[in-house]
Design a protein around this ligand. Sequence first.
Ligand SMILES: N=C(N)NCCCC(=O)O
Ligand SMILES: [Zn+2]
Ligand SMILES: [Zn+2]
Length: 342
Amino acid sequence: MAGGPVGPVDATRVPRYGGPATFARLPRADEVTRFDVAVLGVPFDTGVSYRPGARFGPAHVRESSRLLRPYNPEVDAEPFGAQQVVDAGDVAANPFDIAEALEAVERHARDVLDTGARLLTVGGDHTIALPLLRAVAARHGPVAVVHFDAHLDTWDTYFGAAYTHGTPFRRASEEGLLDLEASMHLGIRGPLYDRGDLTDDRRLGFTVVTSPQIELEGLAGAVERLRRRVGDRPVYVSVDIDVLDPAFAPGTGTPEAGGLTSRELLVLLREFGGLNLVSADIVEVAPAYDHAQITGIAAAHVGYELLSAMARRPAPPALPGVAAPARAPAADEPVADVGLPS
Ligand SMILES: N=C(N)NCCCC(=O)O
Ligand SMILES: [Zn+2]
Ligand SMILES: [Zn+2]
């Protein structure tokens, strides 16, 4: 782009509490000619098993991201200067039809990935990880999934329903979207339904680093396990904000005591600058239970670290034979409130 990437509105000239709340006050997708990373909202929570409200997550995380600054000293990165990041608006996901909503998410994700850009998706409940992984695997093949969560999310069904926020990674494994040698959960804790949940989870391709393990072995131990498990394979990161302790993320639908601090999570995410990160999501922010934007701000910083990681290393190319031409959304397709550039 001539003159380099268009960054956030300059907070030294325009007060940061004014103007539209795009993520980090970045330009919208239709305000630039090309982009490297799209922040895409998915206001959808029809897949939840307990407290609803994650449909308001994208707007809350955007509003909570106004204070982010251009330079990340922890990793010496300029997440908005080294690459063009845009806010691509929200997917119009049908709240009454989960299958249709998941199709819409996959379609929008493919539209972004087909341009060669990476995705940082902001949910929405965890159900949306499935269509996102379908889109990512269509481009990169089966990927290592590094999943930060209190919950395994590899359960089978809820009330007979297969597509819920507790089941996306079982479906993804069944559909062949995961690298079974390289996927893992971090931050898992709390009561399960049955011992078999853990054996199922292993069979589906995951290893587990629990929250108490991170406390006992320290972050260095978790980092070591992460590096060993993932290596240089294409990796997709899914962050359920409930991986944080409710003290650090009260605004979520299925909170569990004994979680990570936001400091611990941010340290772990800084590792991905050295890994082969293909795309990422942040899910389960439910603002109705938030206070003082605690959860929203944590999620905004999670996004900032993931964008910083992307800035440090370019996106891997599509698998040979996979690169599809960019497709314009059909004229009658309900699209994000700000469109992708044509
Ligand atoms: N993905 C999240 N946040 N929670 C899943 C919990 C499913 C359950 O109610 O057992
Ligand atoms: Zn969870
Ligand atoms: Zn989850």
